[in-house]
Design a protein around this ligand. Structure first.
Ligand code: SAM
Length: 380
């Protein structure tokens, strides 16, 4: 089929319509283009397809810097064929659309680059590679268990030394984590070893479990800490909750500006690292699930500020309802998934918390991912 590409949609695809009226989600295309597609999945309500030939190109189309990007190839990046500026416009359109559709919020969103990112390459400090039957590590193809063999990965920080990783032999079926810290450490691991790397952000160092969560872009942690701090405007008497705290980044960065903080994190290794990272600060670390901790919280003391930084599926109705029930002055919601953010914002709105500000950052260039920070307050 030859299709006219209409607009961008969530998930690194563009929308077109097949001659029979069905929606087609097309990868490797751009709005305004005419492309020949190969259908990769057919459902009664929609189709998925790859653009395999560009009949009329968008002015924003570029030659993908990565030789493994393209139809049927590596699934790690979605927008290698798009200029960096246009990638940010596409992500802004997706955030706007999700907020409109799922939360009824009309907002003009701009996606900001993080400092030091001028070509969208060489930023990924955490990678997970899959190992095939030949013992070689590679990257998954899009929506597939198949592995694309690679010699290097252009979005990885150079210190990841991917040629070395893929040159080794690994156990079949293993997942290989590559962590490169801001202090120059490199750790290769499978599983969850009892080791840490030392990160640097917010003017200090942090212990982070090998293979565990840390903000991936080298500019991310500082950018998010500055944004959250600016939005929450902490006061010396405030009590802060850092929910989904990881190794304690936000609690640790904000603790010197508040009276007390509680950091809640369910991953045991991360919570253990948070205890070490937050020693000497007025922060209590709780190793528990946020939903369970909020449900069973005995201490009815007031909470002034909340940082919510949930995984991709969002905080969800139960957690949002309980957070709003604490009546904090402000909530900073750090979100890596705009649809989950929009759904949670809709729940907050029903509980009297309005969206007071939103910033979006290009923490994952070349991919369709975008990070948002939303400020919620109870209004004037
Ligand atoms: C997006 S990360 C944020 C971590 C931290 N705020 C940071 O910026 O480094 C989300 C964190 O939530 C944790 N997590 C996931 N589900 C959880 C739950 N139900 N309760 C508590 N923590 C959870 C994960 O282990 C992960 O550390």
């Amino acid at each position: 089929m030859i299709l006219e590409i209409e607009r961008v949609a969530h998930g690194g695809v563009c929308v077109a319509h097949a001659p029979d009226g069905r929606v087609v989600f097309v990868r490797h295309a751009l709005p305004g283009e005419q492309v020949r597609v190969a259908v990769t999945e057919e459902r009664s309500a929609y189709l998925r397809a790859d653009a395999v030939e560009v009949v009329r190109a968008s002015p924003s189309r570029v030659e993908p810097p990565c030789p493994y990007a393209g139809p049927g190839r590596c699934g790690g990046c979605d927008w290698q064929h798009v200029s960096l500026d246009e990638q940010r416009q596409l992500k802004a359109a997706v955030v706007r659309e999700q907020l409109q559709r799922l939360a009824g919020i009309d907002l003009d969103v701009a996606v900001e680059p993080v400092p030091g990112d001028d070509d969208g390459l060489g930023w990924r400090t955490r990678l997970r590679l899959a190992v095939g039957p030949d013992g070689r590590a590679g990257l998954h193809r899009h929506r597939s268990h198949e592995i694309e063999p690679i010699a290097d990965c252009l979005i990885a920080v150079p210190g990841a030394d991917i040629p070395d990783v893929v040159g080794r032999s690994w156990p079949e079926g293993a997942e290989v984590n590559v962590d490169v810290s801001a202090t120059g450490e490199r750790a290769l691991s499978t599983g969850t070893p009892d080791r840490t790397v030392t990160e640097r952000a917010a003017g200090r160092e942090w212990q982070v479990p090998v293979g565990g969560f840390w903000q991936v872009h080298p500019g991310a942690a500082d950018t998010l800490v500055a944004t959250v701090t600016d939005m929450l405007a902490p006061r010396p008497d405030d009590v802060l909750l850092d929910l989904y705290a990881g190794v304690g980044l936000f609690a640790g960065a904000l603790a010197p500006s508040v009276r007390a903080a509680v950091a809640v994190e369910s991953d045991r290794r991360a919570a253990r690292a948070a205890v070490a990272n937050l020693a000497g600060l007025p922060v209590t670390v709780v190793a528990d699930r946020v939903d369970r901790w909020l449900r069973t919280r005995q201490d009815g003391s007031p909470v002034d500020l909340v940082v919510l930084d949930p995984p991709r599926k969002g905080a969800g109705r139960d957690v949002v309802t309980r957070v709003a029930g604490l009546r904090p002055r402000a909530v900073a919601y750090v979100a890596c998934e705009p649809s989950a953010l929009a759904r949670d914002l809709a729940t907050f709105a029903g509980l009297g918390y309005r969206l007071a500000a939103l910033r979006a950052f290009d923490l994952f260039p070349m991919t369709a991912h975008v990070e948002c920070v939303a400020l919620l307050d109870a209004g004037p």
